[in-house]
Design a protein around this ligand. Structure first.
Ligand SMILES: Cc1ncc(C[n+]2csc(CCOP(=O)(O)OP(=O)(O)O)c2C)c(N)n1
Length: 808
């Protein structure tokens, strides 16, 4: 043990006043959890479940941790936490098995409704109508994701929210989320996952923000097969975490505890200290739980004998935390061994009983659907000339002892193919029932990608901007600033942060002077750490705040893209509406100068963040309208402002804080009858300029600013324009086949635009490489007026060469 690390004691601390009953209850819970792992693995190996990952070997740490987890606290953890969730009463053993079987019913698996893999935990933070529950009366868990360490960024915000609730007086009334910031956010992570950059970025951010997080590292020496020697310098996390260690008496840094993961009394005391400091003083902590084991290996898809030595496996048996816990209980004389044996036997039976109930609950509705399919197919076969074939189809289904829903759909399809030449009431009944099944499964697997609540962004009523004779002409950045000024003044939950957002008011001054006006906690600077800026926002939003998180340039969103994609965008869907994080991500892009300040990789983004709204306003007034809409909604969104728009003057609406822009509604910014040009963002200016030139040669282009890529043109305005012009061109700065191809697919396939085309649809995009530097680099890397003009003219020339002869 290093001197500077807080040492834990081996004896049961009397001041914790643990009763023998409580200790035995902890043991039994840990024992039951071990049984769940053993039985769970058996279920996978026997084919009832597809994959299993379990928390065996980590039980004792988790029962100790659960003791300090209070109502209002949050967990951000990973797949090893079953014992913690059982101990908190937030996941039942039956729910655990339901998830293992992929029981797609939110009643059976309230965490993910069968949508995520097994051991992906979450509590339901929302009422069925999408409104928040009272978090302070529940023990809360954010929803797990599989990528290693991806639970860490959101932990930053979950913990930091406590600081905001404590230090901002205007938030004191939000007692549904916090009681004076006394809530602790508990993170868990495996030793090997600490090799991820996100772990270090998060630890650093938590330390800098003085966010009350207690992070447990379960150290079992391996990451699947790779030992610590190949994971981290000095093979010992506590050693390398030393630099983060708080100097006693100061608030700077984290407390780092190192404790044996099988040593129950030491663990109890460690968590008691760590949680107390975090809760009362907002001092974060890391608990490095060492000497842990993995009795069944990493998961059901491999065997640890292939990579662990005989000596290591023997050591693991000897140091199994349950074995050690049991020995300690007996040594302490808390219970006689034979009584403990009897309790274990009872617990084994309990777990087996629950498993059985979970399996039956999972299978029974599917079997019921199977029986109905068999009945309808048998009905169809009566009097059919294909009776033989149809009977075979229904018999195949009948023979399956544990059908899945796919088997039923396959049988229906086979039956309909067999009876394709025989129209009959029985066939119609089968077709009707098939659509009923499809609709049910659509709901089962695809609901809640976006908000279904009355606060959906699509439900926010449109309020038009009001202009008067006195509406001033101001720079674009001043429009943004005026909008956020109203938002911050109106709602104390609105918290803005990012690199240079605080003192400077962002690099383009959209928050100029607002930190001075609203304080350092409302408008803040952050370190240069995009993934955790986003994580900070997710955690805060999960705790009822309204973060506006800034990524300084669109180009740098790639650092946060994994968290955007895996965590934020999937959150509502992967919990089937159980959680939401209405984060507004603000960034700027498309056009400035050079390779990493003028990116417009919109297709890369929109394809990876389905579940979020992606808005691409062409000027700052439009951006402000989107912010006003989003601040009334309960959904996450990304707003990409146009980088070169801050110094362009716009008229400031009189109702800058109130007017709203609808999502998914394009705007016709120039009318014309010959060709439709769909574009967005900075390209609007270029296309408008090209349209002027086109008009000089007799071509009237209708220009539509798409404004919102996700959702896209929900009222089919582009189709209406195409019906008029019969020609369409898509323009943007992304790579060829990027967002232009997406828009083309939406209109030509999605809206059925192909039937209205008189000319081939065209796309105009940037080059496949990144934008080159300088004005000429930009001109030859991105769409320009000449290119738009020539492409559209050629289109018209193809249609009517006599009227539009080539002259270039
Ligand atoms: C980003 C990412 N890379 C790789 C994986 C595959 N993977 C799953 S678990 C794991 C090892 C994790 O080891 P550790 O953090 O020690 O946790 P343990 O499973 O041992 O509790 C790996 C590499 C993943 N899920 N995510």
């Amino acid at each position: 043990m290093e001197d500077s690390l807080v040492e834990t004691k081996a004896d049961i601390p009397t001041h914790l006043s643990l009763t023998p009953q409580e200790i035995i209850q902890d043991y039994r819970l840990a024992y039951q959890s071990r049984q769940v792992s053993l039985v769970g693995r058996r279920e996978v190996l026997s084919g009832k479940a597809k994959f299993g990952i379990f928390g065996d070997g980590k039980e004792v740490v988790q029962v100790a941790l659960a003791k300090v987890f209070q109502p209002g606290d949050f967990r951000s953890g990973y797949y090893r936490d079953q014992t913690l969730m059982f101990a908190l009463g937030e996941t039942t053993i039956q729910e655990f098995f339901a998830q293992l079987y992929a029981h797609a019913d939110v009643e059976a698996d309230p965490a993910t409704a069968g949508r995520a893999m097994n051991a992906h935990f979450a509590t339901r933070l929302l009422n069925p109508d999408g409104s928040w529950k009272d978090q302070t009366s529940m023990r809360n868990s954010s929803a797990d994701v599989s990528p290693t360490a991806a639970q860490m960024p959101r932990l930053v915000g979950l913990a930091y929210a406590s600081r905001l609730y404590r230090e901002l007086d205007d938030l004191k009334s939000f007692t549904q989320f916090s009681h004076n910031g006394t809530e602790v956010a508990f993170g868990t992570i495996g030793n090997a996952s600490t090799a991820e950059g996100m772990f270090w970025e998060s630890i650093n951010a938590i330390g800098v923000l003085r966010a009350p997080a207690v992070i447990t590292i379960y150290d079992d020496g391996y990451g699947i097969s790779v030992p610590n020697e190949q994971q981290m310098v000095k093979h010992d996390l506590s050693l390398i975490l030393k630099g983060f260690q708080r100097v006693p008496g100061t608030c700077d840094g984290l407390d780092v505890y190192k404790v044996k993961g099988w040593d129950y009394p030491a663990l109890v005391e460690t968590y008691h200290k760590a949680a107390e400091e975090a809760r009362c003083e907002h001092i974060p902590a890391i608990v490095h739980a060492i000497e842990l084991t993995q009795p069944q290996g990493h998961s059901t898809s491999g065997s640890q004998e292939r990579y662990k030595s005989k000596e290591r496996l023997e050591w693991e048996q000897e140091f199994d935390c349950l074995k050690k816990f049991r020995e300690w209980i007996i040594r302490q004389g808390l219970v006689a061994p034979d009584v403990l044996d009897q309790m274990e036997e009872e617990d084994r039976q309990t777990v087996e009983g629950i498993r059985k109930a979970a399996w039956e609950a999972y299978l029974s509705p599917i079997q019921q659907d199977g029986r109905e399919a068999i009945r309808l197919i048998d009905e169809l076969s009566r009097g059919s000339t294909h009776a033989g074939e149809l009977t075979q189809v229904s018999q195949k289904l009948r023979d399956l002892s544990a059908p899945v829903r796919r088997d039923i759909m396959v049988a229906i399809r086979e039956a309909l193919v067999a009876a394709r030449d025989e129209a009959s009431p029985a066939r119609s009944a089968l077709i009707e029932w098939k659509s009923h099944l499809n609709a049910a499964n659509e709901q089962r697997y695809s609901s809640h990608q976006y908000s279904q609540s009355p606060q959906s962004a699509l439900e926010v009523p449109e309020v038009r901007p009001i202009y008067s004779a006195t509406s001033p002409l101001v720079y674009g950045f001043e429009v943004i600033k005026a909008c956020f000024d109203v938002a911050l003044g109106r709602d104390p939950r609105v918290i803005a942060f990012g690199e240079d957002v605080g003192k400077l008011g962002d690099v383009n001054q959209g928050f100029k002077g607002l930190q001075a006006k609203y304080g350092e906690l409302r408008v803040s600077d952050t370190g240069v750490r995009e993934a955790t800026i986003l994580g900070q926002a997710i955690g805060m939003a999960l705790r009822g705040l309204r973060p506006v998180a800034e990524i300084q340039y669109l180009d740098y969103i790639l650092y946060a893209l994994q968290i955007l994609s895996d965590d934020l965008a999937t959150l509502h869907w992967r919990t089937q509406g159980g959680q939401k994080a209405p984060v507004i991500v603000r960034t700027r892009g498309h056009r400035l100068e050079g390779i990493w300040h003028s990116g417009s990789m919109m297709a890369g983004i929109i394809h990876m963040v389905r579940g979020m709204h992606v808005l691409v306003p062409r000027n700052m007034t439009q951006a402000a309208g989107f912010y006003n809409t989003l601040l009334q909604a309960d959904e996450p969104a990304l707003v990409v402002e146009v980088l070169n728009g801050y110094r362009i003057k716009e008229q400031l609406p009189d109702n800058i804080g109130e007017f709203t822009l609808p999502m998914g509604v394009p705007e016709v910014i120039r009318e014309g009858a010959d060709v439709t040009i769909a574009t967005y963002g900075a390209c609007c200016r270029i296309v408008m300029e090209a349209a002027e030139v086109l008009s000089k040669v007799g071509i009237q282009a209708e220009i539509i600013d798409v404004r919102s890529l996700l959702p896209f043109d929900i009222h089919r305005l582009l189709l209406q324009s195409l019906q008029k012009t019969n020609r369409i061109v898509f323009v943007d700065e992304d790579v060829p086949g990027g967002t232009t191809a997406y828009m083309l697919q939406q209109v030509i396939e999605g809206q059925g635009g192909y039937t209205w085309l008189d000319s081939e649809p065209r796309t105009i995009s940037g080059k496949p490489h990144r934008p080159a530097y300088g004005s000429d680099g930009d001109y030859w890397s991105k769409p320009n007026v000449e290119q738009v003009f020539e492409t559209v003219y050629r289109l018209m020339n193809d249609a009517d060469p006599a009227r539009y002869p080539l002259f270039f």
